[in-house]
Design a protein around this ligand. Structure first.
Ligand SMILES: O=C(O)C1=C[C@@H](OP(=O)(O)O)[C@@H](O)[C@H](O)C1
Ligand SMILES: C=C(OP(=O)(O)O)C(=O)O
Length: 412
């Protein structure tokens, strides 16, 4: 088993970090560009495995599309191949086969796509068999499980002969990811009518126009650098993160506001954003409904800085790369913290417990964000991270970049 030992940081630093490009923006741009005949020009596509998998599967002509563990790749390609009427067997890792797809499949079936499950109803693998006639131009879809189903339907909507009206039912989570999709569609010349007072999204039949589009750096990846600065023990520690914009399409730019409460000031520069240290607040409360991928980052900071906290909006974490609620509950204990459910499926608290003296050995559960969220703890104490290779899903250069501030030893 591989692991990486991160030695406690001792020296102050002033660094510039290039960051990875956003896999969320990349995967949308790739689908939309494919829907305009691959005629656009995409710059700064992510090196993330999820994006590289998307690029490969859009080119491959075989009948099986194995997305590995990439959620957006699975959900976006399911609608894409359906709209193209391409026969494809969609599959992925054992964990991907536990991540629900039924809500999207039901919506596509309503539109007229023929899809069969191959193992368990509601879960991949599933076979897209064909799409000959659009049976309905309206679907109703739950918004509280994953926004990726909605983004996926939106992107194919203008290419459908009758367009599509999407009624969002119940609570809607991860809304910034839906608006990111709408923004990208509009950049490629398509109009989306979004009525957020009624939760109705309507798209008339239209053609995408190919353009030159540059993907922004990844705000989710940026969050780990905010932790590094928040947990740095030297008051003059600072990091400039390159390629980020103040007006981002990415909802995870909420990390700016979150970390302003947890000890990091953000100053936007010509090249990105400069992170410097400030005094944190003594308690913290956040609703992660719109930025679920930040939860692990913030939880580690809360525990390491001994700031107790209340979290809401973290239910969707249970169906991501791993059950992230369980993974956090298990691993935070090794740093001296607990994630306690205080209201069923709604409210959680971070409570502070005695700090164990032994070096924490953090399991990563095949989840990139477990590795990257816990690594910054080494600003304050030595940490071992198991299976560090998981970071390739979204940020393959993570350890190389982290070596700028933390000494590392890799053991086979
Ligand atoms: O559309 C996207 O790019 C994503 C949406 C979110 O998923 P959910 O909508 O399932 O919360 C997020 O967690 C994921 O990392 C990326
Ligand atoms: C949840 C994530 O990705 P996906 O759902 O695309 O696998 C993530 O990157 O944290």
């Amino acid at each position: 088993m591989d692991s990486i030992l991160l030695k406690k940081n001792r020296e102050s630093f002033q660094k510039k970090i290039p960051l990875a490009s956003s896999k969320s923006e990349s995967n949308r741009a790739l689908i939309i560009n494919a829907l305009c005949g691959f005629k656009g020009e995409l710059e700064n596509l992510a090196s993330a495995r999820d994006t590289q998998t998307m690029i490969r599967l859009l080119k491959e002509t075989g009948e099986v599309a194995d997305v590995l563990d990439a959620g957006t790749t699975m959900r976006f390609l399911t609608s894409y191949f359906a709209a193209k009427g391409q026969q494809k067997l969609m599959t992925g890792t054992p964990r991907m086969q536990e991540r629900p797809i039924g809500i999207l499949v039901d919506a596509l079936r309503t539109i007229g796509v023929e899809i069969d499950y191959q193992k368990n109803d509601g879960y991949p693998p599933h076979l897209i068999k064909g799409f000959t006639e659009q049976k309905s131009s309206e679907v109703s879809i739950r918004g509280d499980v994953s926004s990726q189903y909605i983004s996926s339907l939106l992107m194919i909507a203008p290419t459908l002969p009758k367009g599509l009206k999407i009624n969002l039912v119940g609570e809607v989570g991860s809304i910034p990811y839906i608006t990111m999709t709408i923004n990208l569609m509009e950049s490629f010349g398509v109009k989306v009518e979004a009525d957020w007072s009624k939760n109705i999204l309507s798209v008339a039949p239209q053609s995408y126009s190919p353009i030159k589009y540059k993907i922004e750096s990844d705000w989710s990846g940026a969050s780990y650098w905010y932790s590094v600065v928040a947990l740095a023990e030297h008051a003059d520690a600072e990091i400039e993160l390159l390629g980020l914009k103040e007006n981002s399409l990415q909802g995870d730019s909420a990390i700016v506001e979150i970390m302003s409460q947890l000890g990091v000031k953000s100053t936007f520069t010509e090249n990105g954003v400069l992170l410097t240290k400030i005094e944190p607040k003594s308690s913290f409360e956040w609703d992660f409904t719109n930025c679920p991928d930040l939860t692990q980052t913030v939880a580690v900071v809360n525990v390491m800085k001994r700031i107790s906290a209340t979290y809401t909006g973290i239910e969707s974490l249970k169906i991501k790369e791993t059950d992230r609620v369980f993974a956090l509950q298990t691993e935070l204990q090794k740093l001296g913290g607990e994630l306690v459910e205080v209201e069923k499926d709604h409210k959680y608290e971070i409570r502070l417990t005695e700090i164990p003296s032994e070096t924490p050995v953090i399991e990563t559960y095949e989840d990139h964000r477990m590795a990257m969220a816990f690594a910054p703890a080494a600003m304050m104490r030595e940490v071992i991270i198991e299976e560090p290779g998981v970071v390739v899903k979204s940020y393959p250069e993570f350890w190389e970049h982290l070596a700028e501030v933390l000494e590392q030893e890799t053991n086979a």
